[in-house]
Write a protein that binds this ligand. Structure first.
Ligand code: FUB
Length: 310
C-alpha cells in the first residue's frame, strides 16, 4: 500500500511526465538551448562552449566558434548533426572572434532561418555584438550565411516569434530587452526597435524567448540581480507589449551564473530547455543543456520549474 501511495504522489508531483536525462548532451559542452519542433521532431540549436586558451579566445571567459544542431524524436536519444555555422565562414564576422553566442532558428516560407549574435570585423556595422542570419532548406542545413548582419540590431540573444497572423518579430538583448517587427523576407527589420514595457529596471535582462498561449503573450527572460540569473516572465496582449512582470519560471540555479532557456510544446506537453554547468562544476562558462517539464496553472500563470538533480 505504501508503494501505491508513493507512486500516486510521484505522478501528482511530476504531472505523470517522466523526468528527462540531464544533461542532454555529453559529447561536448552546450548552452543557450533554442528548441523547436519541426515536422514532429525536436531540434535544439545551442551555443557550443569550448575552453579558451592563450591562442584561442579570452582565458576565463565564454569561448565559442561554431554551432551544432541536435535532434530527437523522444527527448531522450539525441542525434548530433554536426557543425552548421562556423565563425570563419561567415563573411562579416571578426576573424577568430570566438563569440558565437546564443542562437535561434525558425521555419518560414519553406526555409529555415538561423539567427546568431557575434562581433563584426567592421565596427561601422556595429561597435559590439550584432545579429546575423543563415538560411537553409533543411533544419540541419547546410546553412548559408547572409553577406551582412541585420541592419539596426545591436546586442545578443536573438529570438524570433511568428504570430498567428504571420507577422514575425525579432527580440534581442543589450542590458535590456528589445523587439521589432521583421519583414516578410525574415532578414530585415520592419519597424524601429523598442523596449517592451515594465520589465525590472535593476539588473541585467537577456535571453528573451517569446511564446503565445490562449491569446496571452509570454515574454520570458533570464534576469540577474544578485550574481546568478533567474528565469522570469512577463505577459502582455500583443507581441510588442507592453509587458508586465508576473513571476519566476526557475530560481537561481547555484553553480552557474548564467541560465538561458526556450519553451516548446511537444506531443501536448510543455518543456523548458535551459542550461547548467553539470559537466564542468568548477568553471561555469562550460555549460550543458537540460530540459524539464513545464506546466501552466489554470489561470495561465507558469508553475515554477524545479531543475532535476543528477
Ligand atoms: O552564452 C553566452 C551568453 O551567456 C548568452 O548570450 C547569454 O544569454 C548567457 O547565457
Amino acid at each position: 500500500r505504501k508503494l501505491t501511495y508513493f507512486l500516486i504522489l510521484l505522478v501528482v508531483l511530476t504531472g505523470g511526465t517522466a523526468g528527462a536525462q540531464n544533461p542532454l548532451i555529453t559529447n561536448q559542452f552546450s548552452a543557450d538551448p533554442s528548441a523547436r519542433v519541426f515536422n514532429g521532431r525536436v531540434y535544439v540549436y545551442p551555443s557550443h562552449d569550448i575552453l579558451a586558451t592563450k591562442e584561442r579566445g579570452r582565458l576565463g571567459w565564454f569561448c565559442m566558434e561554431d554551432y551544432h544542431v541536435f535532434s530527437s524524436a523522444n527527448l531522450t536519444d539525441w542525434t548530433d548533426h554536426g557543425v552548421i555555422v562556423t565563425q570563419n565562414k561567415v563573411p562579416w564576422v571578426k576573424p577568430d572572434s570566438y563569440s558565437m553566442w546564443a542562437p535561434d532558428c525558425v521555419f518560414r516560407n519553406g526555409k529555415y532561418y538561423f539567427y546568431f549574435p557575434t562581433t563584426p570585423k567592421d565596427t561601422t556595422v556595429s561597435k559590439g555584438f550584432t545579429v546575423g542570419v543563415a538560411v537553409a532548406d533543411k533544419p540541419t542545413g547546410p546553412f548559408v550565411p547572409q553577406l551582412l548582419p541585420i541592419k539596426g540590431v545591436r546586442g545578443i540573444d536573438p529570438n524570433v516569434f511568428i504570430d498567428k497572423d504571420g507577422q514575425a518579430y525579432l527580440y534581442w538583448s543589450q542590458g535590456n530587452i528589445y523587439g521589432a517587427k521583421l519583414k516578410e523576407n525574415m532578414l530585415e527589420l520592419a519597424s524601429e526597435p523598442i523596449t517592451l514595457g515594465e520589465l525590472p529596471t535593476k539588473g541585467l535582462k537577456e535571453g528573451p524567448y517569446m511564446l503565445e498561449r490562449n491569446g496571452t503573450y509570454y515574454l520570458t527572460y533570464p534576469h540577474v540581480e544578485n550574481k546568478i540569473e533567474r528565469l522570469e516572465y512577463a505577459t502582455g496582449t500583443s507581441p510588442l507589449g507592453p509587458f508586465k512582470v508576473q513571476g519566476v519560471i526557475m530560481d537561481e540555479f547555484t553553480g552557474c551564473w548564467t541560465n538561458h532557456h526556450s519553451i516548446i510544446n511537444f506531443q501536448n506537453q510543455w518543456y523548458l530547455f535551459y542550461h547548467h554547468n553539470d559537466l564542468s562544476p568548477n568553471f561555469d562558462k562550460a555549460r550543458s543543456i537540460r530540459l524539464d517539464s513545464l506546466f501552466f496553472e489554470p489561470n495561465g500563470n507558469i508553475r515554477k520549474v524545479m531543475p532535476t538533480l543528477r
